[in-house]
Design a protein around this ligand. Structure first.
Ligand SMILES: Cc1cc2nc3c(=O)[nH]c(=O)nc-3n(C[C@H](O)[C@H](O)[C@H](O)COP(=O)(O)OP(=O)(O)OC[C@H]3O[C@@H](n4cnc5c(N)ncnc54)[C@H](O)[C@@H]3O)c2cc1C
Length: 383
């Protein structure tokens, strides 16, 4: 297998909103940065998000997700930031040189600073019939409909009424797919009420304290059965309802895509509200390993606007560690980003995230005493 070597000051893993924002901030501060992503196209989840974003002008409120993706990529082109696609990072050598595969060859990237922005993956739900064709993650249905313009079914049941479940239900309706119901195990809808109101207005029943019992069909899903659940999440006999449906979208939460962080040996910690196991990090998103930062969903599940702010925050800290900005500039720039993050984390859910993040940072100070200085760049192998 051929092996090529690249050297840069900072390598960003993941070309989603967090990674692209990190790379842009690094480049704007004079750091030679490059981005690596395992997918054939950059943008992470942004290009399947056809809805308008919330927030203020700074957060590109009113702009649709795919348009935000286009703007970020246009700016990356302007700043000549290299983006290596089809490039999966699998490890990090002791000197912070990244090991990756690109197409059918090996690539190493020797970087003094590394920002891991690998995003999140969807949680699965096992029930009889869950492997039938037509049962899929809501994110998969969203990719098929919004990105590939393919309808994965004609009548759907959506399981989970968090933001992803509600948004995907609405987008299925927009694509001309009938939505039989959205079922949610909790007493209340977990996503924003504005999204819930939109699908209710379209006549879709939003059924709380219900779960899917089974999906059935001859070679693919044709119908599914739901039931009410008691306080211990056990199905209540006699409450079963069966729907005709050839599509079941599972939207029962996201988990940080932290496999690479674990492979890199970063200290991990469990925070349920952030999606489970996340890499320990401080206010600047520095991990337990010198010269390695995290940003976006991998550091705790939120949404794309906060992922972009976190990307900037990690980049500012990395630029300071690389000696590109002084401590005063770092503190001023980080202050601006933190103020913007505080606006995004307003409201009961956001405040809970902010509290959990603060606890995480406190725990980091108690348990991680690693130095912040990045390591010198040394290629691990040559051509
Ligand atoms: C399936 C799904 C659907 C979502 N739908 C919505 C929605 O409709 N509305 C909404 O507001 N939010 C949605 N979100 C949440 C929102 O998109 C995220 O909060 C946001 O995209 C996080 O940005 P990120 O940059 O951290 O991660 P992502 O946008 O996920 O980007 C991570 C990138 O890292 C790359 N990567 C991962 N591992 C490696 C590796 N080892 N080597 C190289 N590259 C790697 C991936 O290919 C990906 O491009 C969704 C999230 C998911 C996972």
């Amino acid at each position: 297998m051929a092996c090529s070597v690249k050297t840069c000051e900072a390598a960003v893993i993941g070309a989603g909103p967090a990674g692209l924002s990190a790379a842009l901030q690094l480049a704007e501060l004079g750091v030679d940065a490059r981005v690596l992503d395992e997918k054939p196209a950059a943008g992470g989840q942004l290009f399947k998000q056809i809805h308008k974003f919330f927030g203020s002008d700074r957060h590109m409120a009113g702009v649709r997700g795919f348009e935000i993706g286009r703007r970020l990529l246009a700016r990356c082109r302007e700043l000549r930031i290299p983006i290596h696609l089809n490039t999966a990072v699998w490890g990090l050598f002791p000197d912070n040189t990244l090991g990756a595969t690109h197409d059918r060859s090996a690539l190493t990237v020797a970087a003094r600073a590394v920002i891991v922005a690998t995003g999140a993956s969807e949680n699965a739900l096992a029930f009889p019939g869950w492997t039938l064709p037509g049962v899929m993650g809501a994110g998969a249905a969203q990719t098929l409909v919004n990105y590939h313009r393919v309808r994965p079914g004609t009548r759907a049941l959506v399981v989970g009424a968090g933001n992803v479940g509600l948004i995907v239900a609405y987008q299925l309706l927009q694509a001309g797919i009938d939505v039989a119901a959205v079922v949610e195990g909790m007493d209340e809808v977990g996503g924003y009420l504005v999204h819930a109101a939109k699908i209710r207005r379209m006549g879709v029943p939003l059924l709380t304290r219900r779960t899917i019992l089974r999906a059935e069909g001859n070679g693919c899903v044709q119908r599914c059965t739901i039931a009410a659940v008691d306080d211990a999440f056990r199905p209540v006999p006699g409450t079963e309802q069966t729907f005709d449906a050839d599509l079941v979208c599972i939207a029962v939460g996201l988990s940080p895509a932290a496999e690479l962080c674990r492979a890199l040996g970063l200290a991990m910690t469990y925070v349920a509200e952030l999606g489970g196991r996340v890499p320990a990090h401080n206010e600047s998103l520095l991990t337990s390993r010198p010269g390695v930062w995290v940003a976006g969903d991998v550091s705790g599940i939120e949404e794309a606007s906060s992922a972009m702010e976190e990307g900037k925050l990690a980049a500012i800290s990395a630029a300071a560690a690389l000696g590109r900005i002084d401590a005063e500039t770092e503190s001023r720039l980080a202050g601006e980003v933190n103020a913007s993050l505080a606006v995004l984390r307003d409201g009961p859910f956001g405040e809970l995230i902010a509290r959990r993040k603060a606890e995480l940072h406190r725990r980091y100070r108690q348990t991680c005493s690693s130095p912040v200085a990045p390591t010198p760049a040394v290629p691990a192998c040559s051509m």
